[in-house]
Structure formats: C-alpha cells, structure tokens
Design a protein around this ligand. Structure first.
Ligand code: ADP
Ligand code: MG
Length: 241
C-alpha cells in the first residue's frame, strides 16, 4: 500500500472575480521510504500542496490518503517543517523541541525524551543555543529549530516546505546530508518542497515539477535514483561545526 496518495485533488482560494484556482486535479502516489522533491516557482501552490498532504487544509475536490485512510485533520505521524518556522516565541530552543517531543513520545521516560531533544538539536548544530529564545536567533537558526523539532517527533513521513532555502551554504549542505542519511537509514518517507533544482537532484529519488500557470498540476516525475550517487565528495560539511 502507498503511504500517501492524492486523488484528483483541486484547491481554490477566494470567490467570484478574486477566485484563485491553485491546484487542478492533482494526483500523486508516494511509496514508503521514497524521497520525493517537488519543485516549482514561487506562487505555484507548493505550500498549499504540503498543507493538503498533512491534513491542515481540506481539498475542494478529491481526496488525500495516508496509509490508505482518508485524512481530514492533521496527523502527528506526518511531521511538517513549515516555511515560516512557527516556533513558540516565549519558549527556548530546547523547550520548542521538547514541547513537540513530550506530546508525541508519551510512552518514553523523561530522560529518554530529553535525550531525543538534545540529539536533534545537536544534529542541526544548535547545541550552543539551546537556552535562547527564537527572537535571539537568526532566520537560518530558527529554520534549523523547526527542522530539529520535526525530526525529533520521528514521524513516518517528513513534509518539508523549503526548509533549507534560508540557510547559509554550509548549514544547508550539512542538513542535506542529514536528510539523505535519515531517509536511507531510518527508511523514512520524505517529501521535500524546494525551488532549488540542484538540491532536488542531490537528494531525491524522484523529482516532480509543479507546472506553472493559473492552475497548477503535477508534471511527469523524473526518476533520479540511478542518475547519481547520493554522496558529497567536494566538501565535508561537518568540518564547519
Ligand atoms: P508556493 O508555496 O508555491 O509559493 P502557495 O501554495 O503558498 O505557493 O500559494 C499558491 C497560491 O495560492 C498563491 O497565489 C497564494 O496567494 C494563494 N494562497 C495560498 N494560501 C492562501 C490562502 N490561505 N488564502 C488565499 N490565497 C492563498
Ligand atoms: Mg511556499
């Protein structure tokens, strides 16, 4: 069974003259363990697609299935990194991640949970900033907290809405490597929205273009699995940390 499926999904915003038909009869099937990149111009409906896939937005027509079941509301097994960080401003980096971990991993002990929090904060290179609040971080650092929070929830599917585009080149390279490793080692399904075609080629098994135009549809996918090894030879991003 496919892990995620969009069947004839359409989505518009507004009414009458201001009606904006964003997605038109979109179909997508994602298999367990696939790393898919969806590329498209700004305004083409990528973020709308992510919120449909995670159950935050409902389609006007069509259906979204997660593990064969129609989703009509957000499911914690679908971890999302939004474009706009959505961190709690009054909480520290540690507590932003811990809030998510504590709500998801209720079966684990307090020390296991704090171990998970520290692990993912360290993974994104923020071990030195755990006590800082979002306002005391740069944009790229906030984005890394969002990535850590989503990873720490250890969801079945990671939906990533341009999570790396605001980052500096070294941090981006390091997180690209981490995402590739997570997909391969933990057999996680990842859907990455990006406007960076090089990033899509580097990371994804399959690239799906969101066609531009008043009504976007998903184009024919490109299989890149055999086209390149998922390795980075030109630099070692870990050296930067
Ligand atoms: P992308 O992520 O590819 O840049 P979006 O999915 O954010 O594109 O937006 C696609 C189109 O849908 C844009 O024209 C945007 O203005 C519109 N849109 C997105 N969300 C809403 C909303 N909640 N209400 C009205 N229009 C929206
Ligand atoms: Mg967007």
């Amino acid at each position: 069974m496919s892990i995620l499926q969009l069947c004839n999904v359409s989505k518009s915003f507004g009414d009458g003259k201001s009606r904006n038909d964003v997605l038109d009869t979109v179909n997508l099937t994602v298999e367990q363990g696939e790393f898919i990149a969806i590329v498209g111009f700004s305004g083409s409906g990528k973020s709308t697609l992510i919120s449909l896939l995670c159950g935050l937005t409902q389609p006007d027509n069509g259906q979204v299935f997660f593990k064969g079941k129609e989703i009509t509301k957000p499911d914690p097994a679908l971890g999302v990194v939004f474009q706009n960080y959505s961190l709690m401003p009054w909480l520290s980096v540690r507590d932003n991640v811990a809030l998510a971990v504590d709500s998801i991993h209720k079966d684990k002990s307090a020390s296991e949970r704090s171990g998970i929090v520290e692990h993912y904060i360290t993974m994104v290179g923020l071990a030195h900033a755990t006590d800082r609040k979002p306002a005391e971080l740069s944009g790229g650092m906030r984005q890394r907290v969002s990535v850590a929070r989503a990873l720490a929830m250890q969801p079945d599917v990671l939906l990533l809405d341009e999570p790396l585009s605001a980052l500096d080149a070294l941090t981006r390279a390091k997180l690209q490597d981490e995402l590739a490793a997570i997909c391969e080692q933990e057999k996680k399904t990842i859907i990455l929205i990006t406007n960076d075609v090089d990033e899509a080629i580097l990371l994804a098994d399959r690239i799906i273009p969101l066609t531009p135009g008043p009504k976007a549809t998903l184009g024919k996918s490109f299989d890149v699995k055999l086209a390149r090894p998922r390795e980075r030879t030109e630099m070692n991003a870990d050296d930067a940390f």
